[in-house]
Write a protein that binds this ligand. Structure first.
Ligand code: GUN
Ligand code: ZN
Length: 437
């Protein structure tokens, strides 16, 4: 097995950076090396040290002066929504009924699912994202298409077919039994196959009957190692409708609580309008709140209070995500740029190290996959992004005045997009330069 030796400015996080000067929270090497073999990082550190371990046979790739980071992670995204991104003029429930549900009915056609899965993962790689937690459509074939494509590329992805048995068009409904059976079959076929991970995915309380919510809880009990993903407290009309459908509930979170859906591997998209009780329920179970800034702005849903959730006595675990196609960009750089603005509207600031921690190690920890991805630590999988802060004329010009790593990261976040992603490695193999155009 030949190994690969990457050279560049390496940056990886050890923990959440409390401040912009919290240097012990990250490891940065001005002249860094990464030795990769068999899809894994074998060693990382100063190039001079790593080079000695590499031996003559290693393939050497010099990425200087670019930055080498762990690949980005997107903790909530809908792959069947590629052709409705940028759909005008509606808030959540109207947007779902007018654009999203009709679009997702197309995925009854397995061939359509395969085409979009391929284009979706191309887009992820192009933007430097090497792991996603993805929603498929209700159709089993859409999840099969997603996993097959992900497996072919040897990507570590988390995904599930959505379960939804009411309040959507006929072509988009399963039943509590078929949702259970299809999920079981997909788990048996795909969970743990190569790098694939299955997530139990009841779309949200509105599109599931109590019977289906029970079934989702049963699946979680039967498979405690699996992720569970759904939507929570995104929009006021959604919250009111949920209260009507589950009149016994204390609040929206209580619905998921009642069916046993909270836990360390439970990912709740949005979580914008949570009461203190709801935030306590999430934090005490280790559940994850997923921040989707471009989507929350685009659909006019509200401002996620990132710093309040982090700072409260019982801090929430937080991930960040695009939520395409409610989200408006595939790029996690663009996502954190909008995230910075949302947080600023709440009167706080997220410093660039905190942002890049969130995109990498922070999201990996939130998804419970930090032993595999999200850092440059030896023994983890070699999912890597190479970033160029001078890639456009405007960025090049601004870089003339940049003097610190923090400023460079902030520039990448504020002006960067897929163009700034020079290369991506998935399990050690170049993945961006090899995308068929
Ligand atoms: N809530 C239920 N389904 C969806 C979806 O597809 N996108 C968003 N943003 N919210 C949802
Ligand atoms: Zn979503």
């Amino acid at each position: 097995m030949t190994s690969t030796l990457l050279r560049g400015r390496t940056l990886t996080f050890l923990r959440w950076p409390e401040t912009i000067d919290d240097h012990s929270a990250w490891r940065y090497e001005e002249d860094g090396g990464l030795l990769i073999s068999d899809g894994r990082i074998v060693a990382s550190g100063a190039y001079a040290d790593i080079e000695k371990q590499a031996g003559d046979g290693a393939r050497r790739i010099d990425h200087r002066p670019h930055l080498i980071l762990p690949g980005f992670i997107d903790a909530h995204v809908h792959f069947p929504q590629m052709q409705i991104i940028a759909s005008y003029g509606a808030e959540l429930l109207d947007w779902l009924n007018k654009y999203t549900f009709p679009e997702e009915t197309k995925f009854r056609d397995a061939q359509h699912g395969r085409r979009i899965a391929r284009l979706f993962l191309d887009e992820m790689v192009r933007h430097g994202t090497t792991t996603v937690a993805a929603y498929c459509s209700v159709h089993k074939a859409s999840a099969e298409a997603f996993f097959a494509e992900s497996h072919d590329r040897n990507m570590l992805n988390i995904a599930g077919k959505v379960m939804m048995d009411r309040n959507a068009p006929d072509g988009l409904l399963d039943t509590s039994q078929s949702g259970y059976d299809d999920s079981k079959a997909l788990i048996a076929e795909w969970h743990g196959k190569g790098r694939q991970l299955y997530s139990i995915t009841p779309r949200f309380a509105i599109t599931s009957t109590p019977e289906q919510m029970e079934m989702a809880g049963t699946l979680c009990r039967e498979h405690p190692d699996l992720h569970m993903q759904t939507h929570l407290s995104e929009n006021h009309a959604e919250i009111a409708f949920t209260q009507e459908l589950y009149p016994w509930s204390r609040d929206y979170t209580d619905v998921y609580e009642r069916y046993g859906l909270l836990g360390q591997k439970s990912l709740f998209g949005h979580c914008i309008h949570l009461s203190e009780r709801e935030a306590d329920a999430l934090s005490s179970t280790g559940s994850v709140a997923v921040f989707c800034p471009t989507s929350n702005l685009f659909l006019g849903s509200g401002l996620f209070d990132y710093q309040r959730y982090r700072r409260r006595d019982r801090a929430l675990r937080i991930a960040a995500a695009t939520d395409v196609g409610g989200g408006t960009n595939y790029s996690m750089l663009r996502t954190m740029d909008e995230g910075y603005k949302v947080i600023a509207l709440n009167g706080e600031k997220l410093n660039p190290f905190q942002s890049f921690w969130q995109l990498t190690r922070g999201n990996a920890e939130a998804l419970s996959v930090a032993d595999k991805v999200g850092t440059l630590e030896a023994g983890t999988d070699a999912d890597i992004v190479v970033l160029d802060a001078r890639v456009t004329p405007a960025m090049r010009l601004r870089m003339e005045t940049v003097g610190t790593l923090a400023e460079e990261l902030f520039l990448l976040q504020t002006l960067g997009d897929d163009r700034a992603v020079r290369e991506v490695y998935v399990a050690g193999r170049p993945a961006k330069s090899t995308i068929a155009i």
